[in-house]
Design a protein around this ligand. Structure first.
Ligand code: NCD
Ligand code: ZN
Length: 353
């Protein structure tokens, strides 16, 4: 069967096993929950370092990786890839010491831009020797692309970051591979498309499925609150076009970021959507709506490893058109609970396990 836009209607699709190039596992008692939710369908994940205290050094990253592997269990082939949290104190030596196959990247958070970023980078310019070292040893720079400036409107912070910081970094270090994480605006799409092969971007399910009305219209919906914040529908549309185009510069990064129900449903609620329970299925739903199922494999399983210089997974996964409902709540052994992203809503695709 053919759809009006010429795309073939599919009831199932088999693709190379996907990876998640941006997520938050947290630590300690949360790891059994978060790691198994992701290892359910992703073979590898780029693990964000914004723990308390943050993962700033090689030994911390390696120890954190061991805790993740333990949570994945002895039979698991899940491969967590670690990142260093850049601070004003990070040195080029620390970068050279850490850069490796299992610590392929470092994360730049402007101090105060998002969850657990208070101790991050105050002066981006002062980090240029660190970027130089990263460029030399092939370590990727992952950026939270928002200025942390209360004088800049929250909806403009991504665009400001491009102009003030990202464009200059790219000009000064053309060989530095940069991943512009969880992009939300048409300006970010333009930046990535207009720069060379050393820039790419991850795109989350929530920024493809939603816009700021889903956050603020008819009542505040704290479970749709994440950073960078959801933008106008024209930006959402641009992101959808970007991934549907099949450009290799855009790939999968869920930004799955759990917070307890209590921390989200709060007068000052935390930013982050816990999407791991349905991430791959939601991306399938999005690409299906876009009539772009043929482009799903590139986005989910090919372009990420290509950019990181890693092999594509050998295994495959199959997604089937079959509806199910995301649970309303996930109870944790600690007695706390998490409201997952898309809670209580119907998803039209199911991962065959
Ligand atoms: C993330 C978190 O909770 O750690 N939150 C979010 O809204 N995305 C941090 C981040 O990626 O900005
Ligand atoms: Zn994140």
């Amino acid at each position: 069967m053919t759809r009006p836009n010429g795309a073939i209607y599919m009831d199932q699709i088999t693709i190379k096993a996907p990876d998640d190039w941006h997520l938050h596992f947290r630590d300690g008692v949360l790891l059994p929950e978060t790691v198994s939710a992701t290892a359910r369908c992703f073979k590898r994940a780029i693990v964000m370092p914004n723990l308390i205290p943050p993962v700033t050094k090689r030994e911390q990253a390696l120890a954190y990786r061991e805790r993740i592997l333990e949570a994945a269990g002895p039979g698991s082939d899940f491969n967590p890839l670690m990142t260093l949290y850049l601070t004003d104190e990070t040195t080029p030596e620390q970068i050279k010491e850490a850069a490796s196959k299992i610590i392929p990247a470092a994360k730049l958070y402007p101090a105060g831009a998002t969850t657990n970023s208070e101790g991050a980078v105050g002066s981006i310019e002062k980090l240029f020797p660190v970027f130089e070292a990263m460029s030399e040893c092939g370590m990727l720079l992952l950026v939270h692309g928002e200025v942390a400036d209360d004088n800049v409107d929250i909806f403009d912070r991504e665009k400001e970051f491009i102009d003030q910081h990202l464009a200059p970094i790219h000009v000064c270090f053309p060989n530095l591979k940069i991943v512009f994480e969880h992009i939300t605006t048409s300006e970010a799409v333009d930046f990535v498309l207009q720069t060379g092969d050393n820039t790419a971007a991850t795109v989350t399910p929530q920024h493809l499925m939603m816009n700021r009305n889903d956050l603020l219209s008819g009542g505040i919906r704290p479970h749709n609150y994440c950073l960078p914040v959801l933008k106008r529908n024209v930006h959402q549309q641009r992101l959808r076009e970007a991934v549907a185009s099949g450009s290799h510069k855009f790939f999968l990064g869920t930004d799955s970021a759990p917070h307890t129900k209590q921390a989200k449903e709060n007068p000052c609620g935390c930013a982050g959507c816990y999407s791991a329970w349905g991430a791959m299925e939601l991306y399938a739903q999005i690409f299906d709506e876009l009539g772009a199922m043929a482009k799903l494999e590139g986005f989910a399983s090919i372009y990420g490893p290509m950019f990181y210089g890693l092999p594509v997974n050998r295994e495959t996964v199959t997604l089937i058109r079959d509806s199910w409902t995301m649970p309303d709540i996930i109870e944790l052994p600690s007695g706390e609970s998490i409201v997952p992203f898309y809670a209580g809503q119907q998803i039209n695709w199911r991962l065959e396990l």
